[in-house]
Ligand binder design. Structure first.
Ligand SMILES: Cc1ncc(COP(=O)(O)O)c(C=O)c1O
Ligand SMILES: N[C@@H](CCCC[NH3+])C(=O)O
Length: 426
């Protein structure tokens, strides 16, 4: 295996280890499929990012991993949160992230969600004119004034999967940039609304710095106009910082992003004569490589391809099926063995699209081997489902060479927990 990161992923005695713990033993002890997260790597990732962007508040994109424990650790590190729903606000606060460090960023928010945000005292990034009017009414009714930003559609395309681009002209997110100045003018006269920020997010898994340079420039052009009548306290340019899922892919480091963004941002602020804080919202970069997904080999079958049938499918990790995403595959109990054949890793879901990895060169794989899918910490468990009546997997956390269960494996009870049978059918 050539993905060793000392102290994080290593091969010892032929087995893949994470945070010093043998993944094969973890699979035996906790069963599979199993998400395994290394706390040290999580803290390192956060610190590396925070150091590169020194002084810039990080709003962790909670959608990428809403495990309470992960968010608790990030809260200890000083993170705020980008929460996209009332549920994400609830979890972030429960994890100890203070309300004033949470930005509620959802599009198509319900009035009930807005009322929840008002009661919680979080900041809101407003995504539409209708939302502005609703929030004004709701805040006024609660006798509160809300600190808000507006999400702008900056019309910028990063080079990413079309489903991951969020700042294109055709995108559903944000207010068209041509309307944004008038929106601030209107907002500054509305009761219950205190415009303090401006927000955008151009997309996810972006592996270049140039789209961020374009974003800063485009946002600051708007900021220059808005600052004539509103005192902006922050400019939030979102997240989207990519990671190298394939190790030969070149990915910018946090320093590369910071070097491209920070001096430009400061220069543009100076020209305008203002000094709002810069905010960023990394998700994937912080959590993706902290976690491996362990899955058990049920069958190896020679057909058109040689299919490895495993117990995790797109119910467990949807990224390959949904975005053709690449996750590195390691045979955890043969991690020191040379590649022997080409295999396709298939899940146990009744759909042809349920393929986790296609045409990979691996050591000879046999029934009962353990496969590890790397970089599964972002948009992994949080996008999993009970499709095909398969209970969701368990999660463990590695710290100090020890494993702790942080999410119990679901059981049949979880499949029926909220189902009700009318008495006449009993
Ligand atoms: C508003 C907002 N901020 C931040 C992010 C985080 O993105 P990523 O996980 O790619 O850093 C997202 C998701 O794309 C988002 O919708
Ligand atoms: N779910 C996507 C990222 C979406 C980011 C949210 N807008 C992924 O797995 O890569």
């Amino acid at each position: 295996m050539n993905y060793e990161i000392p102290g994080h992923l290593e091969v010892k005695k032929g087995h893949l280890h994470i945070g010093g713990v043998d993944t094969v033993q973890l699979a035996q002890q906790y069963g599979t499929p199993l998400y395994v997260t290394n706390e040290d790597r999580l803290r390192d990732n956060y610190r590396r990012f925070a150091k590169a962007f020194k002084g810039v508040p990080l709003f962790f994109a909670a959608k990428s991993n809403n495990s309470l424990v992960v968010q608790r650790i990030l809260a200890q590190e000083g993170a705020g949160a980008d929460a996209f729903s009332d549920g994400e606000i609830y979890l972030a606060r429960l994890a100890g992230i203070p309300a004033q460090k949470i930005l509620f960023t959802g599009n198509s928010k319900t009035d009930a969600e807005l009322a929840y945000a008002v009661e919680a005292g979080v900041m809101v990034s407003i995504d539409s004119h209708d939302e502005l009017i609703s929030l004004s009414h709701i805040a006024k009714a609660h006798g509160k004034t809300m600190n808000v930003a507006f999400r702008v559609n900056p019309e910028i395309s990063g080079d990413t999967h079309p489903k991951l681009a969020t700042g294109l002209k055709i995108s559903k997110f944000g207010i068209p940039r041509q309307e944004i100045v008038d929106t601030y003018k209107e907002a500054s006269k509305l009761p219950g609304i205190n415009p303090v920020g401006i927000h955008c997010h151009i997309g996810s898994q972006i592996l270049e710095v140039s789209p961020y340079v374009e974003t800063v420039n485009r946002m600051m052009d708007l900021v220059a106009q808005i600052s004539k009548f509103v005192d902006l306290e922050f400019v939030d340019i979102g997240g989207g910082f990519g990671i190298p899922y394939q190790k030969d892919v070149k990915a910018p480091t946090p320093q590369d992003y910071a070097k491209a963004i920070l001096p430009l941002y400061r220069k543009r602020c100076k020209e305008i004569g203002i000094s709002p804080e810069l905010h960023i919202e990394p998700g994937r970069y912080i959590v993706a490589d902290t976690t491996v997904l362990l899955t058990h080999v049920n069958t190896v079958k020679k057909a058109y391809s040689t299919f490895i049938g495993v117990d995790a499918g797109f119910n467990t990790l949807i990224r390959p099926a949904m975005y053709d995403s690449y996750h590195e595959v390691v045979v955890a109990n043969k991690a020191d063995k040379k590649s022997a054949s080409t295999y396709t890793v298939a899940g146990p879901i009744c759909e042809s699209g349920d393929i986790l990895a296609r045409d990979r060169k691996l050591p000879q794989v046999k029934k009962d081997d353990i496969i590890a899918l790397l970089d599964a910490g972002a948009y992994g468990f949080c996008m999993s489902s009970q499709y095909l009546a398969r209970p969701r997997s368990a999660e463990v956390l590695i710290h100090d060479g020890q494993a702790e269960l942080i999410r119990k494996r679901e059981t049949y009870d979880d499949l029926i927990q909220n189902q009700l049978i009318p008495g006449r059918l009993l």
